[in-house]
Design a protein around this ligand. Structure first.
Ligand code: SAM
Length: 284
């Protein structure tokens, strides 16, 4: 139905496995919009059939995301409403929905989001790792240089890290994470909300051993422990343990501390009094 008013884009979260995980508002919206843009229409027909939704569908995926965004914006400019659904979960999280949202914002088309399942949040809540502060990495970049930069950032990341991975890349990713971060704790969340859901708190090394001998199947989210304070302290300790007092002081001076602050840090590291450090440096 066309009108003078612009239509709205509705981001509709759909199940990540269990067909009952869909909100009433999503069902009502999918029934009432003029068009549903779906990442894979063959896949989305299941949910449409399950809830007797007869709305026409069109495809919106990685390979047509720019052209199709223009087309969908044209549809909404005529006053018609569009719902976006992706293969699973919340649109715009590690899928082409992000582009459509940005293009709608540029075009002045209202966008609203109907919350629901998301593999990231489902895995995080089951991980047993700290949830107060976390970071979502999605899939590691494909490009080697970009991936190396992300892995280097993760080395110092204190927050819990959530990663997505496809089964055929799981072993490679576990190995890259193990090589970059050491044997960190990780919770492997597999087939969430499905019949064979498994949540395994383990370590990167153990998970690697297991999946090298057992072909990974299904969908995976990895929830990785952030770098612990103890690990950071141990690394700092190993930095200065082999140094002389003067070298230890120089380390802090070259970090930009003034002499007084640097002596204070040296004293704290070595469990000495500041006076003893001062006297020792003077050779007393
Ligand atoms: N938009 C989706 C969301 O809200 O989570 C994510 C889409 S992304 C293209 C697909 C990835 O999400 C999969 O490769 C997997 O890492 C993760 N995923 C989706 N469903 C899952 C499930 N049931 N169990 C575990 N991981 C899942």
């Amino acid at each position: 139905m066309a009108s003078d008013q612009t239509g709205t884009l509705y981001l509709c979260a759909t199940p990540i496995g269990n067909m009952s995980d869909v909100t009433l508002r999503v069902i009502e919206t999918l029934k009432s919009v003029d068009l549903i843009a779906a990442e894979d229409t063959r896949n989305s027909i299941r949910i449409l059939n399950a809830y007797e939704i007869g709305t026409p569908m069109t495809s919106y995926h990685e390979h047509n995301k720019y052209d199709k965004a223009e087309y969908l914006i044209g549809v909404m400019r005529t006053g018609r409403n569009v719902a976006l659904i992706t293969d699973a979960g919340t649109p715009a999280i590690s899928d082409p929905g992000e582009v459509l949202v940005r293009e709608c914002q540029r075009a002045g088309i209202p966008v609203t989001s109907l919350p629901g399942p998301c593999a990231c949040i489902t895995a995080l809540t089951l991980s047993g790792l700290p949830t107060r502060r976390f970071t979502f990495e999605g899939f590691l970049p494909y490009d080697k240089k970009e991936k190396a930069e992300v892995l280097a950032d993760l080395r110092t990341e204190h927050r819990t890290v959530v990663l997505y991975e496809a089964p055929h890349h799981l072993v490679r990713t576990l190995k890259e994470l193990f090589d970059a971060l050491g044997d960190r704790r990780v919770t492997i969340c597999r087939e969430l909300t499905k019949k064979f859901e498994t949540v395994t708190p383990t370590t990167l090394g153990e998970a690697l051993d297991y999946y090298e001998g057992n072909e990974p199947r299904g969908e995976f989210v990895l929830v990785l422990e952030g770098r612990s304070l103890e690990e950071m302290k141990a690394e700092e300790r190993s930095r200065w343990e082999s140094m002389t007092l003067n070298e230890h002081l120089d380390m802090y001076l070259s970090d930009g501390l003034d002499k007084k602050e640097a002596r204070k840090k040296v004293a704290a590291d070595r469990g000495m009094s500041r006076r003893d450090v001062y006297n020792a440096l003077l050779g007393k």
